[in-house]
Design a protein around this ligand. Structure first.
Ligand SMILES: [Fe+2]
Ligand SMILES: [Fe+2]
Length: 369
């Protein structure tokens, strides 16, 4: 049986290769074939197929074969359309997916078709809840039949291509890709679309605050794995959230009642994002504006920036942060409410006057209990 390991591989990382070797052993597969996805018409920021292929070749160094079916595929290469072609080509196949994909499997195109084509092998990631995965797999099998097997020995480390792209954009070291892949990334200037914003924010912040900002971007993207907002909104909202934290100037458009208070930098930051960075997306601007006070009717992006700000892994180490972090990565709504409560209680305890938007937020999200 041949294992089909699909993915964007944008970029491929060391974990991809390790997982392929281990899954091959566990399920006694004859081979694992890497299947880079075709260029998606919806993903404007995606690296062209030719470059992703080049990186994958470099990462694998000939250890595993690469199948280019999706590149030549006419129209969108949905799995339910591509897998039958691969079955014809290779004979018996199994489809390898990650734990996060399994949880969203019912949102794939024609999942009931996919389970009829071949068995599905699931690789849990480090923090995935095995019980949750088993329950999901059993649910799908009851509904659609087929065979969904969860790996008992392979555990994906906490590495994601999205985080690597963000680290590259932030100028952080990339430990999770091989030297050869790194060379291709540098030579082609990949993942640098936001360089202008990054350089400018960095110049506005002192070192520790910049580190915090990098942490918020990474935590925000990790929370987003289960939320699914566009990369750009999450990246820019998190990147710019504290841009005015250490700048004295007050922008026009900032409400008068926040000047001189702790929450000024959030409102000032939103105006700066608009005036100084040219951000026009109202959702990004709102997420920056309300990242300290919260408000009634928080959008998913508002909650995400608020929560990532509190639980990021690079500088936040207050007591209880691990629990909040785990909740945030599991479920944004729950993580947000927990974080908000901690902040609110601390304001009350310290006798700090509470801004009216924070009271509105409390009213909506915490009052019921
Ligand atoms: Fe802030
Ligand atoms: Fe912050």
């Amino acid at each position: 049986m041949i294992g089909i390991f699909g993915g964007a591989f944008d970029p491929p990382h060391k974990e991809h290769v390790r997982i392929a070797s281990e899954i091959k052993k566990e399920f006694s597969l004859d081979e694992v074939v890497f299947l880079p996805s075709g260029n998606s018409p919806h993903k404007t920021l995606q690296t062209p197929f030719s470059l992703r292929l080049k990186m994958l070749q470099a990462a694998l160094g000939g250890a595993f074969p690469i199948d280019q079916t999706e590149n030549e595929f006419p129209g969108r290469a949905y799995s339910y359309k591509v897998l039958p072609l691969l079955r014809e080509k290779y004979g018996e196949i199994a489809f390898i997916i990650g734990g996060d994909s399994l949880l969203a499997f019912d949102k794939w195109r024609c999942p009931e078709e996919i389970v009829k084509i071949c068995p599905i092998l699931v690789i849990p990631r480090g923090e995935d809840d095995l019980k949750e995965l088993s329950a999901a797999a059993e649910g799908y099998m009851r509904r659609w039949g087929g065979k969904i097997l969860i790996s008992q020995t392979v555990r994906g480390e906490d590495v994601s291509s999205t985080a690597i792209r963000a680290k590259c954009a932030l100028g952080m070291p990339l430990d999770d890709v091989t030297e050869e892949v790194l060379k291709i990334i540098s030579a082609n200037g990949l993942y640098r679309s936001y360089e202008r914003y990054v350089q400018k924010v960095k110049s506005m912040l002192r070192e520790k605050r910049w580190r915090h900002t990098c942490g918020v971007v990474l935590a925000g993207l990790k929370i987003n794995e289960r939320v699914g907002l566009p990369f750009e909104k999450v990246f820019l909202g998190c990147l710019l959230h504290d841009c005015m934290k250490q700048v004295d100037r007050v922008n026009p458009g900032v409400p008068e009642d926040v000047v001189g208070t702790k929450v000024l930098h959030a409102f000032n930051g939103a105006e700066e994002a608009k005036l100084g960075f040219g951000i026009t997306d109202p959702e990004i601007l709102d997420a920056i504006r309300y990242h300290t006070t919260g408000r009634a009717g928080m959008t998913a992006l508002d909650k995400l920036v608020y929560t990532a700000d509190m639980v990021e892994e690079l500088t936040r180490d207050f007591e209880g942060v691990e629990e909040l972090r785990a909740a945030a990565y599991r479920d944004l709504d729950d993580g947000f409410v927990r974080c908000f409560k901690v902040c609110y209680d601390s304001l009350i305890q310290r006798g700090i006057p509470i801004y009216y938007l924070t009271l509105d937020c409390f009213e909506q999200y915490c009052k019921k209990e």
